[in-house]
Design a protein around this ligand. Structure first.
Ligand SMILES: [Zn+2]
Ligand SMILES: [Zn+2]
Length: 93
């Protein structure tokens, strides 16, 4: 029994690696890898895939980054408040 989260090594599905060891493992495993070149996910360097488009559909890091971006957009494009009818701050009383 273990509390560690495991991931599957992108270079060899037989490798089950503790997630916190994955970055190191990938560097090592990449050197011995002889298969077709894998693309590195922009959102998490431990994601190595053949088909990036397919991967992004399910990449939680990518999906999270889109979420964050949408929040950013929502914050930066807020419409300035419409002035109340009959009240104009520029008119001196
Ligand atoms: Zn490996
Ligand atoms: Zn990814």
């Amino acid at each position: 029994m273990s509390n560690y989260e495991f991931g599957i090594c992108p270079y060899n599905p037989d490798h089950r690696i503790m997630l916190f060891r994955m970055p190191k493992h990938i560097v090592k495993c990449e050197k011995n890898y002889r298969g077709p070149p894998l693309k590195i996910c922009k959102y998490n360097a431990t994601h190595r895939v053949l088909d990036m488009e397919e991967h992004l559909k399910e990449c939680s890091y990518y999906l999270r980054s889109i979420d964050n971006r949408n929040v950013q957009i929502a914050l930066t494009t807020r419409i300035p408040p419409i002035q109340e009818n009959g009240y104009d701050v520029s008119t001196p009383l």
